[in-house]
Design a protein around this ligand. Structure first.
Ligand SMILES: [Zn+2]
Length: 395
């Protein structure tokens, strides 16, 4: 799916004005695009670094229609390697002048980015960490407080998992969030299994019954804690699974101990709990999947509607789990940030759903697929898993 909108006339006019002004600075006043092109060739600036992108060709054709100049006479200017070297001839204050004078509108900027979805994050924990309020302005909060973004995307929807009873949303917030396509799920994190009170479990069950809650979780097993807590996690899971409704996606957290990095043991244990209690056709999301191909097959054989999600941290996967990521069918794949967790040098101390493009890029690098291919597939899978559909930007 091509997410680009046609180049608007106003954008073309600004591009042309930018190139004319660039010519005036580096050659002389009144320089045509053809002259600027000849100047750059005389300077030894020849296109480098691969072929022409169709968007660049379209941009040059649109400019040619405006100026009447032959595309061929300034074709080399569509290569960013040439423009980059012309740009380098300007002074810092001239750079500032150009950036201020020819900005893209935010709509133009966004329309150039591919659409993405974040299948798993924790807006309640993110807001608490950075001192934001989780309310109807959450999208602008996320934009204002975004970490550095390496791969720009147009974030169309996300799933936010509430799994701490003390930050559970009220019914009004549930409605607000789902209208904003921040789809809420309600869970009980396995790491807290020992401490949940009956009143909290009751509230968990009540919230699961509200129509805005399309996901049950995250729940599951976490064997990264001391083994004395493992039994309590299994008992809690068995206790709550009875409240799963047909419309819920089961969101599972499953993490092995340091001796079980591929998660073979813990996933086996998890599957043995699900067998017989959960229907075979249940839609399941295995978030932050680190299993190998054997684990993936065990899950999808037992529950064919299982999807697996990966964060940007593909460098931490074991050889077995990397092979699984390379091999699993595209229609089972999702990407997530698990924000505010899974930080890194290219993100900063607190992650955000706005950096989900990085997961698409890293997953694509392992699978030999482009960022756009990963995003197109994962947006479609997200909509299928959660039975959601939308067109266009968040209202
Ligand atoms: Zn999580």
């Amino acid at each position: 799916m091509d997410m680009r909108v046609p180049l608007s006339l106003s954008l073309t006019r600004r591009r042309l004005a930018f190139l004319m002004a660039l010519g005036a600075r580096v050659v002389r006043e009144g320089t045509s695009l053809g002259d600027l092109s000849i100047f750059s060739l005389h300077m030894g600036y020849v296109p480098q670094g691969g072929g022409e992108h169709s968007s660049q060709v379209e941009a040059v054709q649109a400019i040619s229609r405006l100026t009447g100049e032959e595309v061929g006479s300034f074709r080399n200017l569509l290569h960013w390697s040439v423009l980059g070297r012309l740009w380098a001839l300007l002074t810092t204050s001239e750079h500032d002048f150009f950036v201020d004078t020819y900005p893209l509108t935010s709509d133009e900027q966004k329309s150039r980015w591919p659409e993405a979805t974040d299948s798993h994050c924790h807006l309640d924990r993110l807001c608490a960490q950075v001192g934001m309020t989780l309310d109807e302005n959450i999208w602008s909060h996320l934009r204002d407080r975004s970490p550095m973004i390496e791969v720009e995307v147009n974030l169309g929807a996300l799933v936010t998992n509430f799994c701490d009873p003390h930050t559970y949303p009220n019914d009004a917030l549930l409605q607000t969030l789902s209208k904003l396509r921040c789809f809420p799920t309600i869970g009980l994190h396995p790491k807290g299994a020992e401490k949940y009170r009956d009143s909290e479990i009751k509230e968990f069950i009540r919230l699961l019954g509200t129509p805005e809650v399309g996901g049950f979780g995250e729940v599951g097993l976490d064997h990264s804690v001391h083994y004395s807590e493992w039994l309590g996690q299994a008992v809690l899971l068995q206790r709550v699974l009875g409240y799963l409704e047909e419309r819920h996606v089961l969101v599972l957290h499953c993490r092995g101990s340091t001796q079980d990095m591929d998660g073979r043991e813990v996933n086996k244990r998890l599957l043995s709990i699900l067998h017989g209690v959960v229907n075979r056709d249940r839609r399941i999301y295995l978030h932050c999947f680190r299993g190998d191909m054997e684990v993936f097959r065990a899950f999808t054989d037992a529950f064919p509607n299982t999807y697996v999600g990966y964060t940007h941290k593909t460098g931490d996967l074991t050889p077995g789990s990397l092979l699984a990521l390379r091999t699993i069918p595209t229609e089972r794949l999702l990407i997530e940030t698990d924000a505010p967790y899974f930080t890194g040098p290219n993100i900063g101390p607190i992650s955000s759903p706005t950096v989900v493009g990085l997961a698409a890029r890293n997953v694509g690098m392992v699978r030999g697929e482009s960022v756009n291919d990963v995003l197109t597939a994962t947006v479609a899978n997200f909509q299928r898993l959660y039975r959601l559909n939308w067109v266009g930007a968040v209202s």
